[in-house]
Design a protein around this ligand. Structure first.
Ligand SMILES: Nc1ncnc2c1ncn2[C@@H]1O[C@H](COP(=O)(O)OP(=O)(O)OP(=O)(O)O)[C@@H](O)[C@H]1O
Ligand code: SF4
Ligand SMILES: [Mg+2]
Length: 338
């Protein structure tokens, strides 16, 4: 998948479609939960109207948790979330879905995200009903929503079981877009699809984004898929931003050791290249996931990082600009080229 991400981000002076500042999210309650490291630890980034920001990181890094906090499914313990300039941080899920129709989501699994007992028409009418749109207008919008994702309007009378995985994901996209949102959280929207269906759905998303000026928060495991759709990327590790910048710079010349490890671990179609990358990664000394707990005060990547020194264990590095990307690493200048 090599098609470029085409949408032009709006000028920096425009109000961001989504603005996240110093977000902290914790799971659980009580003293033990408060003492544990937060699932999301002071994360900040913006998405301009018409722009896609790809959120990447290995399993458990906190990608979905950020999506859940944006949608109001998980409360923020600190920081702020603004949608089109409106502070939604303290709004409940119900308030958010009524007041901020601007915000929608597409989840990974097209099999569990649609209610099997409801027709597609009923599924698409639900978000419209919450906005006060009913009757013939709701029916007409549901039909045109389905047509906009390449499905026939008469699909409204059928049930999810009558569609393939790719078609169901198109229905989930139609449901997200039927209210004319400005921001869409896409949580691994193509991970459950086969390769050719992935490409079709990614192309559809790119077209819809460009037609409607949508802002996408696009969550994915690997940089390859993110590169297809995103202008910028945010690399997450243990709930913290390790690196952020234009997607091309971050993927081809990463300045953070974790991004290097993530890129080297990404699956590639050619076995020889895959083996060479694995060997290079092992030779560089990168550890694997699940090793010792990092210190609470320093860089979270210390236990796996071949460049770690004493300062890494004691001081959390701030994001700083290094050759076109921002990296949170004390030794970003020493990171070897890919
Ligand atoms: N409901 C929950 N209760 C407690 N801890 C949770 C809950 N959901 C997630 N976590 C923890 O929060 C951290 C981040 O999880 P999250 O689901 O956001 O990761 P992710 O990056 O989306 O991973 P994946 O790629 O596997 O979807 C993990 O350590 C996870 O165990
Ligand atoms: S700050 Fe230190 S431990 Fe963290 S990524 Fe950079 S070199 Fe490695
Ligand atoms: Mg997830």
């Amino acid at each position: 998948m090599t098609a470029p991400a085409t949408a032009a981000p709006a000028a920096a002076t425009t109000t961001p479609a989504l603005e996240i500042r110093d977000l902290v999210v914790r799971y659980g309650s009580g003293r033990r939960a408060r003492q544990a490291p937060p699932a999301i630890d002071r994360v900040s980034f913006d998405i301009a109207p018409g722009e896609t920001v790809g959120l990447v990181g290995e399993s458990g890094s906190g990608k979905s948790t950020i999506g859940k906090a944006v949608l109001g499914l998980q409360p923020a313990a600190g920081g702020t979330i603004r949608v089109n300039g409106t502070d939604v941080t303290a709004m409940s899920l119900k308030q958010r879905s009524r007041q901020v129709a601007d915000l929608r989501v597409v989840f990974q699994d097209p099999y569990s995200s649609l209610n099997p007992a409801r027709t597609i028409g009923q599924t698409l009418a639900e978000p419209l009903r919450l906005m006060g749109v009913r009757g013939p207008e709701a029916a007409a919008r549901a039909r045109s929503g389905l047509e906009s994702v390449g499905l026939p309007g008469d699909a409204v009378d059928r049930y999810p079981a009558q569609f393939s995985g790719g078609q169901r994901q198109r229905i989930a996209i139609a449901r997200a877009l039927v209210c004319d949102p400005r921001v869409v959280v896409l949580d691994e929207p193509v991970s459950a699809l086969d390769l050719s269906t992935q490409a079709q759905v990614l192309n559809l998303l790119a077209d819809l984004r460009d037609q409607h000026g949508l802002a996408f928060l696009f969550i994915a495991h690997d940089l390859g898929v993110v590169r297809f759709l995103s202008q910028r990327t945010v690399v997450l590790y243990r709930g913290q931003v390790m690196e952020t910048g234009p997607v091309e710079a971050v993927s081809s010349a990463p300045r953070h050791p974790y991004t290097v490890a993530l890129t080297a671990a990404a699956p590639v179609p050619r076995p020889a290249e895959q083996a060479a990358r694995r060997a290079a990664r092992e030779a560089a000394g990168f550890g694997t996931a699940g090793v010792a707990q990092p210190s609470a005060t320093g860089c979270p990547f210390v236990p796996r990082c071949p460049l770690a020194t004493d300062v890494c264990g004691t001081e959390r590095p701030a994001l700083r600009l290094v050759e076109g990307t921002e990296a949170a690493c004390h030794h970003a200048d020493r990171v070897p080229a890919l």
